[in-house]
Ligand binder design. Structure first.
Ligand code: HEM
Length: 451
């Protein structure tokens, strides 16, 4: 029998206290509600009717099989449009499809060989700056490294000196958008607050970099075989036969710049946190790296052999999915989902953080156990319960690249160093910005691999 709206907690003041609880501790609040109310939990927050969707079969319906009945919620998209313009992440429908077709070749597996060489070369140069005995904030380090990599891979840009400023700009935007999206009341952009000034500075910094890079590339007429050349030369042969304007190229370039490093950096920081606190995992990783690579630089051909490294990355992404919440989806008409009736306009939350820590899908869910992803055990993970890259038509275009990049960075680092967590009195707390990061950073001491 189809029931009406799914049940869930009730707030004291037209739901407004729930919104406050949500803003105060999104991860704790959403986990608690999902565990208490089941696969679909209803939430009424002020004027918003929302559902938390925490069941792999329902997730498949929303993201894959019935994706056309759900669209990305406009408020989130509008917030991101201020920086991404009409880039792939914020568009939908025919325009999105055309752009996705134009961008897809940059992510073809056959390009991985070249990308892997650049990733390993950049990582090696980056690690040359580390000295044994130093203490570094590994979150910042991974952000700088992944920024330098994406800038080189996609735009042939040397960011070595500027990575801190770019990192700061991206982090500023991530913080501000996360804050804007977690509150229902938005301060208009014309109100002259310090936050708005920082936001304008950050957008201007990224915008200037991309526009200058595009201008120089157009003027040189060079095909460097990277994403930017591809964007500037791309023609939609299956569609309207036209290419991209400079504005579109700018939007996609900024989109890839942001989407292409922030989540990988957060994922790597969490991986280092887990590796440094699980000596047996670290021992097995070192053994694999020594057997497969010895002291020579890794290549794309090594990736299938770095099996345990891949399991460690996947398990880190399970426990700490950088994209802890997918774009909120909204029903485009009244629909039935999981025996419930959802009116048009209902918000659907899909939360990798919650689903990937659910004991029904991952027994002993808080245990860091990379072997869950081993060949023998992986088939026991229900489909659509491990969703760090989303699923369906909007699945992360950079999934293959990100997994390869993370494995190559971990393996290349372990060939030379050991990262030792600096003892702390407080536990490491996840901070749900656009990507989820360890709050206040993660201090680690660089040791030689033997030391
Ligand atoms: C660990 C690293 C990464 C994670 C966890 C991640 C996660 C995600 C997720 C969950 C989505 C889907 C969002 C939704 O449906 O609501 C997504 C989409 C996207 N990602 Fe990633 N991503 C990562 C790395 C990358 C990289 C390296 C790139 C590009 C170089 C990239 C570019 C994109 C783009 C353009 C989209 C939008 C795709 C579309 O709507 O067609 N991501 N990502």
């Amino acid at each position: 029998m189809t029931r009406h709206f799914p049940s869930g907690p009730t707030g004291s003041f037209f739901g407004m206290s729930l919104a406050r609880e949500f803003s105060r501790d999104p991860l704790g609040f959403l986990t608690e509600v999902s565990r208490t109310y089941g696969d679909l939990a209803g939430l009424r927050m002020g004027p918003v009717k929302a559902c938390l969707c925490n069941n792999p079969d329902l997730i498949r319906e929303v993201l894959v099989t019935r994706a056309r009945f759900f669209r990305k919620e406009p408020r989130t998209l509008n917030a991101l449009r201020q920086i991404d313009g009409e880039g792939l992440v914020v568009t939908e429908g025919d325009f999105w499809l055309r752009q996705r077709r134009l961008l897809q070749p940059a992510f073809h597996p056959r390009r991985l060989g070249k990308y892997a060489a650049t990733i390993v070369e950049r990582t090696t140069q980056f690690l040359d700056r580390w000295k044994p005995g130093e203490t570094r904030n590994i979150v910042d380090e991974m952000t700088h490294l992944t920024l330098e990599i994406i800038a080189k891979l996609f735009y042939d840009l040397e960011l070595t000196g500027q990575a801190s400023e770019m990192g700061e700009a991206v982090r500023t935007l991530s913080e501000i958008f996360a804050a804007e999206l977690s509150t229902l009341i938005k301060v208009p952009d014309w109100v002259p607050t310090r936050t708005k000034r920082r936001k304008r500075w950050a957008i201007r910094t990224l915008d200037t970099l991309m526009r200058n890079t595009i201008r120089e590339r157009r003027a040189s007429g060079q095909d460097k075989g990277d994403l930017l050349s591809m964007l500037l030369m791309a023609v939609d042969e299956e569609g309207d036969g036209r290419g991209m304007s400079d504005q579109q190229a700018r939007d996609e370039a900024i989109t890839m710049f942001n989407a292409g490093h922030d989540s990988s950096a957060a994922g790597l920081a969490w991986a280092w946190h887990l590796i440094s606190t699980h000596p047996e995992v670290e021992r097995r990783l070192r053994e694999e790296v020594a057997t497969v690579l010895g002291d020579r630089p890794a290549t794309a051909e090594d990736l299938p052999k770095l099996k345990y490294t891949d399991c460690v990355i996947r398990e880190s992404l399970r426990l700490y999915p950088p994209v802890w919440i997918l774009f909120v989806r909204q029903t485009v008409e009244d629909i039935e989902l999981g025996n419930f009736q959802l009116p048009k306009g209902t918000w659907i939350y899909i939360l990798p953080w919650v689903t990937q820590r659910d004991p029904r899908f991952f027994p002993d869910p808080l245990r860091f156990d990379p072997d869950r992803f081993s060949e023998e055990r992986i088939s026991s993970i229900p489909q659509y319960s491990w969703i760090p890259f989303g699923a369906g038509p909007h699945i992360c275009i950079g999934q293959g690249l990100a997994l390869a990049e993370m494995s190559l960075i971990v393996a290349t680092t372990l060939q030379r160093f050991r990262l030792e967590a600096v003892p702390r009195t407080e536990p490491v707390v996840p901070e749900p910005l656009l990507a989820i990061r360890p709050k206040g950073g993660l201090m680690m001491t660089i040791r030689t691999k033997a030391g």
